[in-house]
Design a protein around this ligand. Structure first.
Ligand code: ZN
Length: 78
C-alpha cells in the first residue's frame, strides 16, 4: 500500500489522492514513505558497519600490540 504524508496537516494519506481528505490541502507527488524509510535504514546500517569495522580494526591493532608486549616480556625473562 502506497502512503503519503500530507505536508499541511501531517496525516498519512493514501497515495493517489489529489487532496488531503482531512484538511483539503492539495497533495503533491512527494517521496514515497517506504522508499524514504528504506534509504534511511540502509544509510544507518552502512554507518553501523563502518563503526563495527573501525572497532574490529582497532581491536586487531590492540591485540598485535599486546602480542609485541608479550614477546618483550617473555624475551626479557629468558
Ligand atoms: Zn492534510
Amino acid at each position: 500500500m502506497k502512503l503519503d504524508f500530507c505536508k499541511a496537516c501531517g496525516r498519512i494519506v493514501l497515495r493517489g489522492f489529489s487532496f488531503c481528505p482531512y484538511c483539503g490541502m492539495a497533495l503533491h507527488a512527494g517521496p514515497d514513505i517506504e522508499e524514504a524509510l528504506d534509504s534511511s535504514f540502509s544509510s544507518l546500517e552502512e554507518g553501523m558497519g563502518d563503526q563495527r569495522d573501525r572497532r574490529i580494526r582497532r581491536l586487531i591493532k590492540e591485540l598485535s600490540a599486546l602480542e609485541v608486549d608479550m614477546d618483550e616480556i617473555l624475551h626479557s625473562k629468558a
